[in-house]
Design a protein around this ligand. Sequence first.
Ligand SMILES: NC(=O)C1=CN([C@@H]2O[C@H](COP(=O)(O)OP(=O)(O)OC[C@H]3O[C@@H](n4cnc5c(N)ncnc54)[C@H](OP(=O)(O)O)[C@@H]3O)[C@@H](O)[C@H]2O)C=CC1
Ligand SMILES: O=C(O)CCCC(=O)O
Length: 494
Amino acid sequence: MTTTKLPIHLQDSTLYRTQSYINGQWVAADDASTFTVDNPSTGAIIAKVCNLGAAETERAIDAANKAQKAWRARTGKDRAAILRRWFDLILANAEDLAQIMTLEQGKPIAESRGEIVYGASFVEWFAEQAKRVTGDIMASPNASNRMLVMREPIGVCAAITPWNFPNAMITRKVAPALAAGCTVVLKPAEQTPLSALALAELAERAGIPAGVMNIIAADSERSIAVGKVLCASPIVKKVTFTGSTPVGRILLQQSAPTVKKLSLELGGLAPFIVFDDADIDAAVDGAIVSKYRNAGQTCVCANRLYVHAAVYDQFIEKLAVKVRSVLKVGDGFAQAVTQGPLIDDAAVAKVQEHVKDAVDKGAKVVMGGKAHALGGRFYEPTILSNVGEDMLCMREETFGPVAPVVKFTDEAHVIELANNTEYGLASYFYSRDVGRIFRVAEALEYGMVGVNTGLISNEVAPFGGVKQSGLGREGSIYGMDDFMELKYVCLGGI
Ligand SMILES: NC(=O)C1=CN([C@@H]2O[C@H](COP(=O)(O)OP(=O)(O)OC[C@H]3O[C@@H](n4cnc5c(N)ncnc54)[C@H](OP(=O)(O)O)[C@@H]3O)[C@@H](O)[C@H]2O)C=CC1
Ligand SMILES: O=C(O)CCCC(=O)O
């Protein structure tokens, strides 16, 4: 653990871990190497984190495998009690966890506090679900047979998580895995390992046994080797990943030789449609939440806004007024800030590229459209009008605070445009016509549809996408299914 002076004040400084966690031990890299983590608001180095690799990952898999037998043998009720202690500890330490998150991820402290509660909700939910695993008895076509179906934990799971939700993407994977009786080896993103390691510290205090939850921190280069080991291992039975579609494809490919089960939460290109019968003020509020949460760095962010011609000017005007009045860019720790920095220079470059491409092709900058005066990784909340389908921001996930607004006139055509993508994660629309609500919700080729709301995520909802946005669902009553196998037992000679 670190004993050097921390860059922030924590009530409990022992949550600020820089070593990885394998088999209940805090460990450094075999070669003692480290990587730096910075504060995206200032660029200041906030930690040197041990940089683990392939050999340490093999040991973590081995530990998870050894722990698996005893963990799965416990009752669901027993596992639930331990998860519940983890949940209580996360909430008891919520302020420290939020401080760590804003420090390494940059999001406004209010959003970090919200994410800790959101992340904890998955631990509570799956602690409850651990007690509710059931099987089935089927009517046999043969009178002398009896047919049973049991649910069993799949075994050792690998989890790879992104930087945009450094807490909730971990709990949304680890909690259902542990509840089901699986053990886990998790690799967080290079940019946000501290939140993951703090969660491991609390897991240890909660009594999660050695080897059941292991965390391997690594920089981007070593992450590739870690990923290869996790995918190639015949011991690992499942990979669960949140991140970009290209990396999802790599993991799928790497897992083919060992025929693993995969859950993939990948990129999105969410359409946000405002029909002419919509409540425009509500649509503006929904667009702000959906587009600018986490500075536009979520996979369910509205990426493409389609607004009916009859309300287009009114919508843009109201959106611009609201963005100016409610969004404040700055350091996530500063008072009243709602928009932190982007995660790194590459993220800023991607946003700049999308805006430049749009402007070059004829888009009009309604507001923003440039780096914020604060400099660094801060980018102005941006609205673009006169947008066309050929622009990059309409074809690729921008992952930044840019709202391209397109005019449409026809319901069938806008559905066609919304569906004209390889992605299928979240979609949104605003309408007060009940017939249209059903028609459009059914026609959108997406895993999730928000109707008259821009915020759809919670622990009860099945989160996930169709097409190349991924495989499987997280959270909800279905979230443990991906961590369990069905076993059919046939009793003969009755
Ligand atoms: N669906 C979503 O929620 C997310 C989507 N994205 C999208 O992806 C874009 C790029 O973001 P980025 O952070 O690069 O996302 P990545 O998909 O590259 O990273 C997500 C996670 O995967 C790890 N990873 C990357 N490559 C490999 C590999 N070959 N083997 C094993 N693990 C790997 C990363 O580790 P490391 O950090 O060490 O490289 C990180 O833990 C964003 O602009 C956005 O469009 C990004 C994050 C989340
Ligand atoms: O962006 C992601 O990777 C997850 C979306 C956050 C959420 O709404 O759960």
